[in-house]
Design a protein around this ligand. Structure first.
Ligand code: NDP
Ligand code: 2IT
Length: 448
C-alpha cells in the first residue's frame, strides 16, 4: 500500500467511517485509490468537486425482504440487494449473486469494481450489482423459481433497459435469468428484452454470453503473454472454480493449445494430467449440478483432493475463477516457486492485496479482474445492443467482437500504465484508464 494523496486519503477515511465492517468494500476501494496518486497529482481537477468521494458513495442502495415457500410448505425469508453505484457512463449494469455469504458490503465491493470494469470495456454502461443471501444448492427448480419470482416482485420497480440492467454472477445462470425475466415480463406487461442480460438464446439472449467471461479471460492472458513474446499454446494451466467462468476459460485455453490440468469447487480440487474433459465437466456441473469429486470418479487418471489447495499444483498460467480472496500470499509464493508466468483474475478480486504484491515482486504477469474478466459484461452490452436493434448476431461474429474488446481493454491498461510511469503494471493501468473516463463524465455533468 502506498501513502495516499490527501484527497484520496480523506476519501478513504470517509469510506471507512461511513461503511463500518465492510472489509471487502474497503479492500476494493483501497486498491483503486492506491493507483490514483499520480493521476490526482498530474490532473488536480480530479481532486475538485469531490469526484473521488462521490465515486465511493453509491447513487442508490436497495435492500428488501424476499419471502418464498419451500417444497414442504415452509415460509423462508431471504434478503435482496441492489446497489446502483454509478451511472455516469450508462445505465447501471452488473450481475446478481445468489450465495449465503452475500451481504451489503459484498454487493458494494462488487458494484464498485463494476464501475471501473465497465468503463474499461469502452461501452456505455454504468456500474451496479445485486443479489441475495439465498443458497440455491440442493433446492428444486420449483423452489428456485418461486424465490426468483419473489425477488423480481420487488426488483422490477427499480430496473429497466435505460435504468439498471442485471445479469448473472455466482449462483445465477441461465435458469435463474429465465425465471427472473418471466416474472418481469408478467408484472410489467412489457417484452422489454434489454432489462436483463444472460438470457436464453430462444428469447433474446446473445450468442457467446455464456462463454464470454471465461473466453475473455483467456484472450486477456494471451495478450499479456504476447508482450513478452510468449504464447499460451503448450502451457500448463490451472483454474479455480468449476462454474460458468472456470468452464469456459478451460475450454478456450484448451482450444488455444494449452494443457488445462486442474480445477476446483468449494469441496476441493481435481487434477487430471490427461487434460480436463470439458464435455464431461459441463455434463456434471451444468446438467447434473454435481461436484468436481464426481468428475474424478469418472476419469481414470484424475484425482480429487479434499485437503490442500489447487494453487499448489505446478503450472505456468493460473486463472482464479471462483470467488474473492481465494488466493493469498502463501498461495502466490507457491505459484512463484513452481514457475508461474501469468495470473489472470477470472473472478472478482480473487487475489488478496498481499498475493498481488508477491506476484508483482516476482515479475509475474498479473491481469486484475476488472480488466481480465471484463468480457462477460462487455458481451452483456453486446446483448443489449442486439436487443435494442431487435437483431441477433452469429456466434463467430460475436466472438470476434469480444476478442477485439479484450484486445482493446488490454491496450487501454498497458497504455495508461506506460503514461503514468508504471509499464507492465496492469493493476495501475486498469484503475487509471477506467477512472479517468468515469471522472471526466462526472465532471461534465456537474454536481449530481
Ligand atoms: P458460478 O456460480 O457459476 O461458479 C462459481 C464457482 O466458484 C463454483 O465452482 C463454486 O463452487 C466456486 N465458489 C464460489 N464461492 C466459493 C467459495 N466461497 N469458496 C470456494 N469456491 C467457491 O459463478 P461464476 O463462474 O459466474 O462466477 C465466478 C467468479 O467470476 C465470481 O467471482 C464472479 O463474480 C466472477 N465473474 C462472473 C462473471 C459472469 O459472467 N458470470 C463475469 C465476471 C466475473 P461451489 O459450487 O462448491 O460453490
Ligand atoms: O462481475 C461481472 O462482471 C458479472 N457478473 C457480469 C455482469 C453483467 O452484467 O454481465
Amino acid at each position: 500500500m502506498s501513502d495516499l494523496h490527501p484527497t484520496l486519503a480523506g476519501a478513504f477515511q470517509t469510506v471507512l467511517d461511513r461503511n463500518p465492517g465492510e472489509a471487502e468494500f474497503h479492500q476494493a476501494v483501497r486498491e483503486v485509490l492506491d493507483s490514483l496518486n499520480p493521476v490526482v497529482a498530474k490532473n488536480p481537477e480530479y481532486a475538485d468537486q469531490s469526484i473521488i468521494q462521490r465515486l465511493c458513495e453509491p447513487e442508490r442502495q436497495l435492500m428488501f425482504r424476499v419471502p418464498w415457500t419451500d417444497d414442504e410448505g415452509g415460509v423462508r425469508i431471504n434478503r435482496g440487494f441492489r446497489v446502483e453505484f454509478n451511472s455516469a457512463l450508462g445505465p447501471y449494469k452488473g450481475g446478481l449473486r445468489f450465495h449465503p455469504t452475500v451481504n451489503l458490503g459484498i454487493v458494494k465491493f462488487l458494484g464498485f469494481e463494476q464501475i471501473f470494469k465497465n468503463s474499461l470495456t469502452g461501452l456505455p454502461i454504468g456500474g451496479g450489482k445485486g443479489g441475495s443471501d439465498f443458497d440455491p444448492k440442493g433446492l428444486s427448480d420449483g423452489e428456485v423459481m418461486r424465490f426468483c419470482q419473489s425477488l423480481m416482485t420487488e426488483l422490477y420497480r427499480h430496473i429497466g433497459e435505460y435504468t439498471d440492467v442485471p445479469a448473472g454472477d455466482i449462483g445465477v445462470g441461465g435458469r435463474e435469468i429465465g425465471y427472473l425475466f418471466g416474472q418481469y415480463k408478467r408484472i410489467t406487461n412489457r417484452y422489454e428484452s434489454g432489462v436483463l442480460t444472460g438470457k436464453g438464446l430462444a428469447y433474446g439472449g446473445s450468442q457467446v454470453r455464456t462463454e464470454a467471461t471465461g473466453f475473455g479471460t483467456v484472450f486477456f492472458t494471451r495478450e499479456m503473454l504476447a508482450t513478452k513474446g510468449l504464447r499460451i499454446s503448450g502451457r500448463r494451466v490451472i483454474i479455480s472454480g468449476s462454474g460458468n467462468v472456470a468452464i469456459y476459460a478451460a475450454e478456450k485455453a484448451q482450444e488455444l493449445g494449452a494443457q488445462v490440468v486442474a480445477c476446483s469447487d468449494s469441496g476441493g480440487y481435481i487434477v487430471d494430467e490427461d487434460g480436463l474433459d470439458i464435455a464431461l465437466l459441463r455434463q456434471i456441473k451444468e446438467k447434473e449440478r454435481g461436484r468436481v469429486s464426481d468428475y474424478a470418479e469418472q476419469r481414470p487418471n484424475a484425482t480429487f483432493h479434499a485437503e490442500g489447495s489447487v494453487w499448489d499444483v505446478p503450472c505456468e498460467v493460473a486463472l482464479p475463477c471462483a470467488t474473492q480472496n481465494e488466493l493469498d500470499d502463501d498461495h502466490a509464493r507457491s505459484l512463484v516457486e513452481n514457475g508461474v508466468l501469468a495470473v489472470a483474475e477470472g473472478a472478482n478480486m480473487p487475489c488478496t492485496p498481499k498475493a498481488v504484491e508477491v506476484l508483482a515482486n516476482a515479475g509475474v504477469l498479473f491481469g486484475p479482474g476488472k480488466a481480465a474478466n471484463a468480457g462477460g459484461v462487455a458481451t452483456s452490452a453486446l446483448e443489449m445492443q442486439q436487443n435494442a436493434s431487435r437483431d441477433s448476431w452469429h456466434f463467430d461474429h460475436t466472438e470476434q467482437r469480444l476478442d477485439q474488446i479484450m484486445v482493446d481493454v488490454h491496450a487501454r491498461c498497458a497504455e495508461a500504465a506506460e503514461t503514468y510511469g508504471q509499464p507492465g503494471n496492469y493493476v495501475a493501468g486498469a484503475n487509471i484508464a477506467s477512472f479517468i473516463k468515469v471522472a471526466d463524465a462526472m465532471l461534465s455533468m456537474g454536481v449530481i
